[in-house]
Design a protein around this ligand. Structure first.
Ligand code: C2E
Ligand code: MG
Ligand code: MG
Ligand code: MG
Length: 284
């Protein structure tokens, strides 16, 4: 009886794994055609200064509408795109699309684009960034590339060489999801970062959770000591925002300050007659 049950459990497991692998292959196949079929778009989430409440720019986030399955989260399709290599095409598209968008704004706000490790280690990444800037006319300093600390540790020497090349173009570089990787703290100093983004897992309930508060204060101290601005990701409540302002965090981003959305909904913020300050920040 027990043996039979074990076998059934195994068969069930096997069938489930088979279904998952098939699903993955389908997604991979669909992803290869997603660009030509116009299924991808970028949404934008505002980033702002904590002291004045001024919007400094937007992070571009990829969205995919799959006709078979509906909307698929980037947390699902980006890893599949990375494994299959399609991320090179998707990433290039995102880079150009975000640069083209930002170049059309009246205000010289920044646009942040996420860069996968696969892109970072591809042989011609710096040239691709350079050509995106040339083709769109966006000034290099308005482009910020977000790179996770996990991406750096695969080959720190190569990553460092590429980041230095990127810096000579004049673009800015942010360390994304800081605190969740396993890189050494000395990487923050060794790599030419212009900004640290504290991962949102540490911002959640930072006003109530002593451990989270200790970590956030330590990262803010690190940023101050290195002269590097720190942005808090994932601010969802006024209490989290107030805590971060009290700790002199440089910048913020999160659902409470602005949900990611199509650029059309932010047009008034980037046009010449815009009111740049965020009411929630000014009210505090
Ligand atoms: P990320 O770069 O850390 O982006 C921030 C994620 O947090 C976004 O999720 C954003 O919608 C979400 N977020 C922002 N504020 C809040 C908040 O207050 N609360 C919560 N719970 N979430 C918040 P999204 O758009 O689903 O993207 C997830 C991840 O997928 C990104 O994390 C990034 O690693 C990756 N990704 C998205 N777009 C791209 C892309 O164009 N290229 C690459 N390589 N990766 C991308
Ligand atoms: Mg990011
Ligand atoms: Mg992040
Ligand atoms: Mg993240």
């Amino acid at each position: 009886q027990a043996k039979a049950e074990g076998r059934n459990t195994y068969r069930f497991f096997e069938a489930k794994m088979g279904a998952q692998a098939r699903e993955r292959r389908l997604i991979e196949h669909d992803l290869r055609n997603a660009l030509q079929r116009n299924e991808l778009r970028l949404v934008y989430q505002p980033q702002m200064r904590m002291d004045t409440g001024a919007i400094t720019g937007f992070e571009a986030l990829m969205r995919w509408h799959n006709p078979r399955q509906g909307d698929i989260s980037p947390t699902v399709f980006i890893p599949i795109a990375e494994e299959s290599g399609v991320i090179l095409q998707l990433g290039d598209w995102a880079l150009r699309e975000a640069c083209r968008e930002a170049a059309s704004w009246d205000k010289p706000l920044s646009v942040a684009v996420n860069v996968s490790a696969v892109q970072l280690y591809s042989h011609d990444f710096t040239q691709r960034v350079h050509s995106a800037l040339l083709h769109t006319g966006l000034q290099a300093h308005r482009l910020e590339l977000e790179i996770t600390e996990t991406a750096l540790i695969k080959d720190t020497n190569r990553a460092l060489t590429t980041l230095r090349q990127l810096k000579t173009l004049g673009v800015r570089i942010a360390m994304d999801d800081f605190g969740t990787g396993y890189s050494s703290l000395s990487n923050v100093r060794a790599f030419p970062f212009d900004m640290i983004k504290i991962d949102r897992s540490f911002i959640k309930s930072v006003d109530k959770n002593e451990q989270a508060a200790a970590i956030v204060k330590a990262v803010l101290g690190l940023g101050r000591g290195l002269g590097m601005p720190v942005l808090a990701e994932g601010i969802e409540t006024p209490d989290e925002l107030e805590f971060l302002m009290g700790e002199s965090c440089s910048a913020g981003q999160g659902f409470y300050l602005g949900m990611p959305g199509p650029m059309e909904s932010f047009r008034h913020l980037v046009s010449g007659d815009a009111q740049p300050a965020n009411k929630k920040l000014v009210a505090l």
